[in-house]
Design a protein around this ligand. Structure first.
Ligand SMILES: Cc1ncc(COP(=O)(O)O)c(C=O)c1O
Length: 433
């Protein structure tokens, strides 16, 4: 009985996998917010270094990972793949449940996979400072760590509700040398405009993105970094799925189901895209994106062009959206409180290559607690959405009497989310409606 399937450092993928090479229907272009014409590299140049702009639109199937980035990955990669024997036993299911654990990174989630790559390409172009937004603080802390590693300054606009709920993520950003403010802040026009309308605004990812974009666009030495949604972010995250594929091979199984939570779509894309390549080539596979019922972008949103932020400063993206002014309720899965969805994930959903499910917060925490009590790891509230879906599917397998192989991505640990678990145990956790 092998519980953990480990790879060696030499097995860290040498390339990122680019699904744009294999999509049955190509993505529609992003549009300039002013002219509504397709954006070109020059439109994006104030925000991103050229290498990332190339990756955003490139269709080469495999993109080499620079040695310095692979070296930085070796701090925590390859990440383990676990067989969830204890959870299986508790559920008394014939399903085999596997999870890829990204919480072993220094920042505690998958976000570091793209943070290291993005900071590296910015450094190569001589950029000195990065501005970004963060929801739950997972992305902000990852970018702060990556900036520290490669010697850049880092400014983080942190959604106010998380800034208050998760003070230790704030401290982590500071610990790794980053500067962090609550968003909406008084430091940008976008922040001031929101505060003028609603001084008690608790913020949203859409507002924080507007602030970070404005910061980067207004300074010569600064570029912008986004922790999800964009093609190059999903590209970097595909190292998760590539490793998982090798590990499943060692386990002698191939998943019937690949499951991950979705905020902007990057950990789902990270684990699922290398498997979806197989599906496009004819393999049987269900891929399930799991979102909060209170921010149901795929299950209740519509597919159209929309802004990535609240102030309308980003390009218009072809995606599922709840509307760029949608204010999600203050649920604890802060990283899933986003009105939009990655264009790649949106396209796959439109083309029925993936499915989506939405769950209520209290049910998600019930699954999180069951997981922590069986497997030991305390999951991030975001990741717990994937756990609940895996549990639901494993129960279905039991009811049907079929042996399903389920693989899910445990995108991060919840060590800084204990106030959310406190609220759950004291009966104060609602469903964010
Ligand atoms: C642990 C964790 N999982 C998932 C997400 C959702 O983001 P994405 O959909 O980009 O993976 C976040 C976002 O902050 C996160 O912190």
């Amino acid at each position: 009985m092998q519980r953990k399937i480990m790879l060696e450092e030499k097995d860290i993928p040498s390339h990122y996998y680019n699904i744009l090479a294999d999509l049955p229907n190509p993505l529609e272009p992003d549009l300039h917010p002013g002219t509504k014409q397709p954006v070109g590299p020059q439109d994006l140049a104030p925000l991103f270094p050229m290498e990332l702009i190339k990756q955003e639109v490139g269709t080469e199937r495999f993109v080499p990972i620079p040695d310095s980035v692979r070296d930085a990955y070796s701090l925590y990669r390859p990440t383990p793949l676990y067989r969830a024997y204890e959870l299986e036993r508790a559920l008394d299911t014939p399903a085999h449940i596997y999870y890829k654990y990204e919480g072993v990174s220094p920042a505690g989630s998958h976000k570091l996979n793209t943070a290291l790559a993005q900071v590296y390409y910015n450094k190569e172009q001589g950029v000195k400072r990065l501005a970004t937004e963060t929801g739950a603080g997972q992305w902000g802390s990852s970018l702060a760590f990556a900036c520290q590693r490669f010697g850049l300054q880092c400014k983080v606009y942190m959604v106010k509700v998380s800034y208050e709920q998760k003070p230790y993520r704030r401290s982590m950003i500071q610990l790794w040398g980053g500067e962090v403010v609550a968003s909406p802040s008084n430091e940008t026009n976008a922040g001031r405009a929101v505060l003028a309308k609603n001084p008690n605004s608790r913020g949203s990812l859409g507002i924080a993105i507007s602030e970070a974009v404005e910061d980067a666009a207004g300074r010569e030495d600064t570029k912008y970094a986004l922790g999800s949604v964009l093609n190059h972010v999903l590209l970097h995250q595909t190292i998760i799925g590539q490793e998982a594929k090798k590990q499943m091979e060692i386990a002698g199984e191939y998943p019937d189901l690949v499951i991950a939570c979705v905020g902007g779509g990057s950990n789902f894309g990270g684990i699922a895209l290398p498997f979806i390549k197989d599906k496009i080539e004819g393999k049987k596979l269900r891929a399930i994106a799991v979102e909060p019922a209170s921010c149901p972008t795929l299950t209740k949103g519509e597919y159209r062009y929309d802004f990535g932020d609240v102030a309308g400063m980003t390009p218009l993206l072809p995606m599922y959206t709840l509307g760029s002014d949608f204010m999600p309720p203050s649920i604890h899965a802060g990283g899933l409180r986003y009105h939009g969805m990655s264009p790649i994930i949106s396209r796959l959903y439109l083309d029925k290559l993936i499915e989506a499910q939405a769950y209520e917060q209290t049910n998600v925490f019930e699954a999180a607690v069951q997981f922590a009590r069986t497997e030991g790891i305390i999951p991030a509230p975001e990741s717990a959405h994937a756990i609940l879906s895996a549990v639901v599917e494993a129960k279905k397998a039991k009811a049907e009497g079929t042996k399903k192989v389920i693989l899910f991505n445990l995108s991060g640990h919840g060590h800084f989310d204990m106030s959310a678990y406190d609220a759950y145990f004291s009966g104060k956790l609602g469903n964010g409606q």
